[in-house]
Design a protein around this ligand. Sequence first.
Ligand code: FAD
Length: 351
Amino acid sequence: AGETWTTDVVVIGAGPVGLFSVFELGLLDIKCHLIDILDKVGGQCAELYPEKPIYDIPAWPIISGDDLTKRLLEQIHPFGAKYHLGEMAVAVRKIEDGEHEGLWEVTTDQQTVVRAKSIVIAAGGGSFQPKKPPIPGIDGFENLGAGLGVHYAVRKMEAFRDKEIVISGGGDSALDWVLNLQPIAKRVTLIHRRDDFRAAPHSVAKMRELVAAGEMNLVIAQATALKGETGHFLESVAIEDSDGNASHLKADAFLPFFGLTMKLGPVAEFGLNLHENLIPVDTEKFETSTKGIFAIGDINHYPGKLKLILSGFHEAALMAQQAFRYVYPDKKLRFQYTTSSSELQKKMGVK
Ligand code: FAD
């Protein structure tokens, strides 16, 4: 933090797509620095669902968010990217004069400055934050430790072993965590305001089977208050049904899954055209309205866009082809396969 660096490309966001761009850029001899607000790489995969299986990564029939991140790190290791973690990119400008004229400059909230010939924005949903339920004093039950108090994400399932857990919500996250935690928790209770769920039908069916078998509870009600000692421990969740009947559920942990708000954050101030908090790009180079600034992964928008990891990987490959022109304006780009090019194999460290 606080230092000034010069590199070829600066990548804002170290989610799966930002990470894979290191590989695609690296094959073209382009060095990069990555900046991420989180204190770890992997973006949503690492932060929101590290232990959940992903089934649609080509050639990986099943891989968890954490394992995908680990494999990506292994794959990009030879290219020696520099990471600035726990730092938010807050400003972007083009240097207009002096020794570094024509370079881009990205500044972080920790006063790190990275100068580069091109910028890749791989900021995903921006700085994602959980939507909190409107329960007075809920903040006082956050950060009570692993498996205790209020959690908006599950980092380590094991922390919830033998705990009394109350999960709230009707979407995929709520149902997925009900199903994942039910086998290890002492007891899981799902509360939802209506007996109607938005989650995938097979998850809902599985949950209802567990309820019918007496292996978990389903309560149609809303959480109204948390009881316990603020800053120390949670004891129970106060609930109320639609007829106004109040009761409470014993709880070591309360996990509300009310969705995430996508806070674009400082990316909105970078002077790029935006479309509903996303960055429009072309589908040939994935370049933004500003030449030399690319946007790949969940943050971008184009006709037919799918917010999938595999789409982001493809976008990274095409972005790299154009970034090459900014980094090496006088060089000719030759298309090569990793399988047969000894030059590429040398860069990957396999030859
Ligand atoms: P992200 O993973 O969002 O990473 C972006 C990073 O940028 C973040 O780490 C963020 O901290 C950082 N950032 C943002 N703004 C700044 C800033 N100003 N400065 C510094 N850093 C910044 N996709 C699939 O393909 N298959 C699935 O099965 C699948 N399952 C999913 C399940 C869940 C529960 C969720 C939430 C998503 C799932 N996805 C799945 C979607 C997938 O995770 C995203 O498509 C993918 O993470 C997008 O990668 P990304 O690198 O573009 O962005």
